[in-house]
Ligand binder design. Sequence first.
Ligand code: IMP
Ligand code: MG
Length: 177
Amino acid sequence: MAEYEDNIRVLYSEEEVDRRIRELGAQISRDYAGKSVNLIGILKGASFFMCELAKRITVPVYIDFMSVSSYGSGTESSGVVKINKDLDRPVEGLDVIIVEDIVDSGRTLSYLTKFLNNRGAKSLRVATLLDKPARRVVEMIPDYRGFEIPDEFVVGYGMDYDQKYRNLPFIGVVETE
Ligand code: IMP
Ligand code: MG
């Protein structure tokens, strides 16, 4: 890991993440048996998880993306959710799963679940790769989650620190010391 200026400790290896996503995919496939599932990925962080999850689901999958911003360039949520890119296809009458990289304060997802419910989704669930429940400000209980993690700032597998490290194939913690 000599190419970056920060020290990054591996929290979940590529193999561990892969194994867990396969389990989530199997669980979703069972839960949605006989239906189609519409995955809505939240750019950019969730894009890596979204692709891997979609590949592990065996019922028909449709994908769409939204881009919202709730963060500046630091590590604290601003509490303001702004929609930068809306859906391409209406969700009315569809079984939807919002796919996120990480739930932190819960603000982004509580906003998005209301937003998509108002748009008339037939059902709405949340899948997140990571969950930091210790940081919750508004209630948000994900239906599917990869790992519950302590209050540490993580990068990799789509997640960034100041737009860096999204491409790391594992989940790591930026050591601040
Ligand atoms: P929330 O609205 O506070 O739940 O924030 C969720 C968003 O904050 C996620 O979609 C991430 O983009 C970002 N975020 C929260 N915690 C982390 C982290 O530890 N690393 C990278 N991004 C994070
Ligand atoms: Mg995000």
